[in-house]
Design a protein around this ligand. Structure first.
Ligand code: TAP
Length: 489
């Protein structure tokens, strides 16, 4: 596998201005995969200038032609699917079956969706008073900055770049420092399918240096960020420099409520997917499991058994069901929460540590962990972002809703019930941008994705994302109106 490790600026792969590099690691064994060029302020300035130069031609290209390039990109991703899946698993630790089955296909599908959207996102004509025509154009913003995290680095490039490009913006994207490889490969494919130089620029580097400079940059019209709530706040402050538009997709603490009338078999499997898929490194993970007291024992028996049976291993082995966490630092963060759980009096039902198996000793693993806890405990309030689920019980729908809404977050949540009225009533009462009924973590490029409260604002996907990457311009035309003079003379 040939790795691309340089910055992508103005259609070319180049070294950092000062020649700096940093290592990216294999989370399965801690070895260095490659040294990657490290962007700093001078490189950000250069990339923003390239994106600014490319903007007028990209904006003015017929929308259908822009869309066609994104469709070609989707095809190219599918043509290189196996290589991209291997690359993503190598850099992130995602099990290959997930990279093959989810990350890569969803990336292609998202670019294809927005390729199709490019010539369908249109303005409107407002029915104003007779004699006037008022139409509203949707205009691209210009250069947009995008900062993506390490948990789904490939897929998030499509979520961020798809709508921005379809709407006619140009991009400077900073991948997370620990997972830069797949976005650089996407840059190569973009060049191959004919996306013009400068339309997309990719800058691996540190968040506090390159990311911060991008967020502050006066020539950047919008910054779209996915990551922690703490950094989200820094982005908002940095955006004040030129009042750039901000879109934030931040943390979550998804409540996953199982009522006594639920189909328990489906709920157990779906709840395990909700928290253990991608090692729990998902903002929408169902990380707070809430069980009606009547079914709690039966549910936990099956749930703990399933968690214990999840196969940890080398991400590149297709049989592996759970890989390592993406970085050593993050593994320590999650293990620290296992200690906090015990200090708070939580009861660990399974997991709570790194696995003992010698063949996994060098990897950044944490066992699937299930902890009985109280709703106000830290582990039920703070985002752990690992294969770590807190469990508490409830007795009434009202109590379940109150607990579900008791964190600062409001991203995703789920509920399991066979009672139709309860399903819709509880879904309507949950503080969340997305609710799943008798399923969890469903996403689709047409369905708006984002949160409320400390989970951020703005939406990815669908028409909402296209709106977020455009400004409305209202144009008034006097077609046939006799306007009485305001200053009769
Ligand atoms: P963050 O620090 O939020 O990193 C996310 C992205 O922001 C990375 O690309 C990072 O770059 C960049 N960044 C960091 N500081 C920045 C700044 N001042 N200005 C602009 N960009 C900046 O997340 P993390 O430290 O990797 O993980 C910490 C916690 O965040 C996790 O435990 C989890 O709770 C949460 N998290 C949430 C999500 C989602 S999907 N909402 C994703 C990842 C993490 P560098 O990587 O180069 O520093």
């Amino acid at each position: 596998m040939k790795l691309q490790t340089k910055l992508f600026i103005g259609g070319e792969f180049v070294d950092a201005a000062d020649g700096a590099t940093f290592p990216t690691y294999n989370p399965f064994d801690g070895s260095v995969i490659a040294q990657v060029a490290e962007a700093k302020a001078a490189d950000v300035d250069k990339a923003v200038a390239a994106a600014k130069k490319a903007f007028p031609a990209w904006r003015d290209m017929p929308a259908m032609a822009r869309g066609r390039l994104l469709l070609k990109l989707a095809d190219a991703i599918e043509a290189n699917a196996e290589e991209l899946a291997q690359l993503e698993s190598l850099d992130t630790g995602h099990p290959l079956r997930d990279s093959r089955g989810l990350d890569v296909p969803r990336t292609a599908v998202t670019f294809r969706y927005f390729g199709g959207m490019a010539d369908k996102h249109q303005g409107s004509v407002v029915p104003v008073e007779a004699g006037f025509l008022n139409y509203v154009l949707r205009e691209p913003l210009g250069v947009v900055g995008q900062v993506v995290p390490w948990n789904f680095p490939l897929m998030f490039t499509s979520w961020k770049m798809g709508p921005a490009l379809a709407a006619g913006n140009t991009i400077v994207l900073k991948p997370a420092e620990i997972t830069p490889l797949s976005s650089l490969r996407i840059a190569e494919l973009m060049a191959e399918v004919g996306i013009p130089a400068g339309v997309v620029n990719i800058l691996p580097g540190h968040g506090s240096i390159a990311g911060q400079h991008l967020a502050e940059h006066p020539d950047v019209a919008k910054i779209a960020f996915t990551g922690s709530t703490a950094v989200g706040r820094k982005i908002v402050q940095a955006s004040a420099s030129n009042l750039k538009r901000v879109q934030l997709e931040l943390g979550g603490k998804g409540a996953n409520i199982v009522f006594s009338d639920a189909n328990l078999k489906a709920a157990i499997n779906g709840s395990a997917f909700a928290i253990f898929h991608n090692q729990g490194q998902a903002c929408i993970a169902g990380s707070r499991l809430m069980l009606h007291k009547n079914i709690a024992d039966e549910f936990l028996e099956g749930f703990v058994k399933l968690a214990k049976s999840i196969k940890l291993g080398n991400p590149l082995d297709p049989k592996t069901e759970m890989g390592p966490l993406t970085s050593k630092l993050h593994q320590q963060r999650v293990l620290n929460y296992c200690q906090i759980a015990q200090q708070e009096g939580g009861k660990i039902l399974t997991g709570g540590k790194a696995p003992d198996a010698p063949e996994l000793a060098k990897g950044f693993f944490v066992e699937p962990t299930i902890v009985m806890a109280q709703p106000q405990d830290r582990i039920c309030q703070e985002e752990v972002f690992g294969p770590f689920v807190s469990v508490n019980t409830f007795e009434s729908d009202e109590e379940a809703i109150a607990i579900a809404n008791s964190t600062e977050y409001g991203l995703g949540g789920g509920l399991w019930t066979t009672n139709l009225q309860r399903a819709h009533r509880v879904a309507g009462s949950m503080k969340a941008g997305m609710v799943w009924i008798n399923c969890y973590k469903r996403v689709n490029p047409g369905s708006p994705f984002g949160g409320v409260g400390s989970s951020g604002y703005g939406r990815e996907m669908g028409f909402e994302a296209m709106h977020d990457y455009t400004d409305a311009k209202s144009v008034w035309v006097n077609v046939d109106a006799q306007i009485p003079p305001h200053y009769p003379r």
